[in-house]
Design a protein around this ligand. Structure first.
Ligand SMILES: O=C(O)CCC(=O)C(=O)O
Ligand SMILES: [Fe+2]
Length: 333
């Protein structure tokens, strides 16, 4: 059951829907002053908002995303042995304590791909190689919108010139920016591979296109997990750790996770996600005062996600919260 936020917390363990600001892509790209204000408020609050892509002035963003989804489904049908740039399900911790993750992922790093001459084949099976134009066009279009978000926030925070956030996100600079397509396993109660671990994103702007629910954000004031329902034609965007640190902790990188969406058990959840991350040499300072390059922060967080061992210690870095058990209680469905 999902309900509206105004209905208040639920006694039975079900989650309400969060209310998020909607930003129009056309107004964002047109530097509309009210949109700039709304974006700043949303990013100081939860750091989550909807981006309405239906009014994008020039590009067929939504058809690119739909084509990427169908290419990904063809890829997932292939035998595991020929999949490259691929993460099988169950490699990381999942949404339930002690269980593994329930998603497969295609990971398409933007900068390494741009270094491959157009006449040379990119890594991967033919279904990916043949989609290079589509992959690059999708990276370009989603990257352009993410950079517009960064620039708008930078202007609102009066971070200009040498201080501008855009300086760390120039197109073409070596950066761990990527396009990922996640396919979640269908959920059967008792499954050993379930959902996506509670975490904060490590980079700058995450732009998620999906038409199946399950994404939840932890609301720090209500102290409860809330669903972020998908909306046709919209992306769900959220800020990551790097934007929080680079903004002097004014902007928010919120804790989120993906749990099985049991209202629609037959539907496969596919998430097409663009992760804009700063240039790899950008310096960031975590709240404990330690200085990192973006490349170091990226490697460290990825490594923790893949290490089962000392999960309790790792979890406080993955979630950036101390002593909070944010796993999904499976029996609460
Ligand atoms: O699939 C989703 O909706 C979100 C996945 C996510 O949070 C991530 O990959 O960082
Ligand atoms: Fe995430």
């Amino acid at each position: 059951m999902t309900r509206d936020i105004d209905d208040g917390p639920l006694a039975d363990g079900a989650s309400a829907n969060v209310q998020l600001t909607t930003i129009s892509a056309a107004k964002l790209l047109g530097n509309d002053p009210q949109t700039q204000k709304d974006l700043l408020e949303a990013c100081k609050d939860l750091g989550f908002f909807y981006l309405d892509c239906r009014d994008h002035p020039s590009s067929p963003v939504l058809s690119l995303v739909a084509e990427m989804a169908s290419t990904a489904l063809d890829f997932y049908d292939l035998p595991e042995s020929i999949k490259e740039n691929y993460k099988p399900a169950g490699k990381q911790e999942g949404a339930v304590k002690g269980k593994k993750d329930g998603w497969e992922g295609i990971i398409l790093m933007e900068h390494p791909l741009a270094q491959i001459p157009p006449e040379d084949p990119m890594p991967g099976p033919p279904v990916i190689q043949n989609a290079r134009g589509l992959i690059e066009a999708t990276q370009d279009q989603l990257g352009e919108m993410s950079r517009a978000i960064v620039d708008s926030l930078s202007r609102s925070l009066h971070m200009t010139g040498d201080q501008s956030l855009g300086r760390h996100h120039r197109k073409g600079c070596p950066a761990p920016t990527d396009l990922e397509i996640l396919k979640y396993l269908p959920y059967v109660p008792g499954s050993e591979k379930v959902g996506h671990i509670p975490h904060t994103d490590l980079g700058s702007v995450s732009m998620v296109f999906s038409d199946v629910g399950g994404l939840q954000v932890f609301h720090p004031l209500r102290k409860e997990w809330m669903f972020v329902p998908p909306r046709p034609g919209h992306a769900v965007c959220n800020l990551g750790d790097a934007m929080e640190f680079l903004s002097g902790n004014v902007l928010r990188s919120s804790l989120h996770r993906v749990i099985p969406y049991t209202q629609d058990p037959g539907k496969i959840k596919l998430s097409i996600i663009h992760f804009l991350r700063p240039s790899e040499h950008t310096k960031i300072v975590s709240p404990d005062g330690k200085e990192w390059t973006v490349a170091e922060w990226n490697t460290m967080k990825h490594k923790l996600l893949h290490e089962g061992g000392e999960m309790q210690k790792n979890l406080s870095i993955i979630t950036r919260r101390e002593g909070q058990d944010d796993f999904w209680r499976e029996q609460a469905v």
